[in-house]
Design a binder for this molecule. Structure first.
Ligand SMILES: [Fe+2]
Length: 145
């Protein structure tokens, strides 16, 4: 088993999951005059990321390891800090952008490890994930201006 690849892939999955959950809570809890706009922005992001968590976990299984079995494990693998209380809409956008950047960094590490291991299907999938998160980053950055 390629431990470096597996650990980086689990970290990328954990960051994706924590980022997904953060975006979903923002979709629920956002308030203000532009509620609908933020609700929809966060909605599009959480749905896209949630759709990828399944593939990330199945790639771990294809490498003959097991996907994390508890939320505690996911939390300890992720670099993203969670929110204790609802925050303002703009703080949500800014925090989501930071969390998206952390997820991009862990996806990049996993991509490099997959490339080094000539796991080409996985490397290709991770490239697509990186592109998707770059698009999320663009939308969040544009919203902050
Ligand atoms: Fe909803």
């Amino acid at each position: 088993m390629n431990e470096e690849l597996l650990l980086s892939l689990k970290k990328a999955m954990a960051d994706s999951f924590v980022l997904y959950y953060k975006a979903h809570t923002y979709h629920w809890n956002v308030e203000g005059a532009d509620f609908k706009q933020y609700h929809d922005l966060f909605g599009g992001i959480y749905e896209e990321i949630f759709g990828a968590v399944d593939d990330l976990a199945e790639h771990i299984r294809q490498l003959d390891d097991y996907a994390p079995t508890s939320l505690m494990q996911l939390k300890s693998l992720s670099m993203i800090s969670e929110d204790e209380d609802p925050v303002s809409a703009m703080s949500m956008v800014s925090r989501l952008l930071d969390a998206n950047n952390l997820t991009l960094a862990s996806l990049m590490m996993a991509y490099r490890a997959a490339d080094n291991a000539t796991e080409l299907g996985l490397a290709n999938f991770l490239q697509d994930r990186i592109a998707a998160h770059q698009k999320h980053g663009w939308m969040l950055k544009a919203t902050l201006k």
